[in-house]
Design a protein around this ligand. Structure first.
Ligand SMILES: O=C(O)CCC(=O)C(=O)O
Ligand SMILES: [Fe+2]
Length: 379
């Protein structure tokens, strides 16, 4: 028998909005009180000029920019990239293509539709795990032309990130492999009659290497930092570069928890490009980051179980390199799994395991810091 989630996911939220329907209970995941909180001030998510970083030798201004980049990625896990080499007219054109796609009549869009359990095509998030909420969002996955342009961006971004860590500039490009995957997704967040109790995209961390997000002029993306949600400002020419779980394992950068809020009277579109190391490629902390003082938390060729040292974090999650990444996190009482860990059951794994790097781990409202290179058992 089809579950209620499957029945709902076989319909588009845009359709529900056009029919004037209220969100069903499975979409309701937000605490009204939290939504009523005064919005946090605009976050100092750094804006990085990638053009400055593409020349060698680096000028002193570029060295400063590299430090800014590293510090942004260790604390926020993301930055707004400008002068990335993609002309703003192209970005605008793609924003327009995205809007036009979702403005088409439903019958036209349905030509691209996917089954509720499939990933590629027009539809909603594939059927969630038992107990997960649904997102007030429609999406279209897989777009070749756009991903080609973004491949150029990944090159300059990966090189800049490697340089910011004091490593050889190609080491990240190599770690992702020649056939590193790029997958684009158009996201559409229709106006929502109850934005205070529904989310466009529930809190999650990306299972990617990293994700490149092009926002339109409507804000909505928020990053969790010190248990507060910060809205990412929209900048016309910027691409938001957001670290995923696999970068967190390879480097000292953080894979931030993020979500998307809806608006009652404004629709929003975004294009997310997921950049992931090539299939079956082993990943692990980059060699140059591991030395005697900071031994790796796990060996590249092992399947390991990480344990936190305190009573609360003793239950572990297996991190299998072949199928990255079984990482989950708890935000207060609620558990959300990352994109790649949907097979984890709620309640069984109720914390986020940090493989390496300084990151915050939210556990039942507590914040635990793992220092770079320390075995998690000594938390
Ligand atoms: O729409 C956005 O700004 C973010 C999308 C996102 O986080 C995702 O697709 O994983
Ligand atoms: Fe995401």
């Amino acid at each position: 028998m089809a579950s209620l989630a499957n029945v709902l996911l076989s319909r588009r939220v845009q359709e529900m909005v056009l029919n004037g329907e209220e969100p069903e209970s499975l979409y309701i995941c937000r605490d009204e009180k939290e939504a009523a909180n005064v919005p946090s001030p605009l976050p100092p998510i750094p804006v990085i000029d990638l053009n400055l970083l593409s020349y060698s030798p680096l000028t002193s201004k570029a060295e400063e920019e590299l430090q800014k980049l590293k510090s942004a990625l260790c604390s926020w896990g993301c930055f707004q990239a400008i002068n990335h080499g993609i002309p703003s007219c192209f970005l605008d054109e793609f924003r327009q293509v995205t809007r036009e796609f979702f403005q088409q009549p439903m019958e036209e869009k349905q030509k691209y539709s996917k089954g509720v359990e499939e990933v590629e095509g027009y539809g909603g998030d594939p059927t969630p795990e038992e107990g997960q909420f649904l997102d007030w969002q429609d999406r279209l996955e897989d777009l070749e032309n756009y991903t080609c342009k973004m491949r150029m961006v990944t090159e300059i971004v990966s090189k800049s990130m490697a340089k910011s860590l004091g490593l050889e500039e190609n080491c990240l490009v190599d770690e992702f492999g020649e056939r590193a995957a790029l997958q684009a997704r158009l996201n559409y967040y229709p106006c929502c009659p109850r934005p205070e109790i529904v989310l466009g995209l529930k809190p999650h961390a990306d299972g990617t290497g990293y994700t490149i997000i092009l926002q339109d002029e409507v804000e909505g993306l928020q990053i969790l930092q010190n248990q507060h949600w910060f809205t990412v400002p929209t900048l016309p020419d910027a691409l938001l570069i957001l670290m995923g779980d696999q970068m967190e394992i390879m480097t000292i950068f953080k894979s931030p928890v993020h979500r998307v809020v809806n608006h009652m009277e404004k629709e929003r579109t975004s294009i997310a490009v997921f950049y992931t190391p090539q299939k079956h490629k082993e990943i692990g902390p980059l060699d140059g980051l591991v030395n005697e003082g900071t031994p790796p938390l796990f060996n590249k060729d092992e399947t390991i179980e990480l344990h936190g040292g305190t009573r609360n974090v003793r239950r572990g999650v297996e991190l299998k390199q072949a199928t990255p990444l079984a990482i989950t996190l708890a935000t207060g009482e609620r558990l959300y799994s990352t994109a790649k860990s949907k097979n984890l059951k709620r309640g069984k794994h109720d914390f986020r395991v940090i493989a390496m790097g300084e990151s915050d781990m939210v556990l039942d409202g507590q914040r635990i810091i793992l220092k770079t290179g320390q075995p998690s058992a000594t938390v």
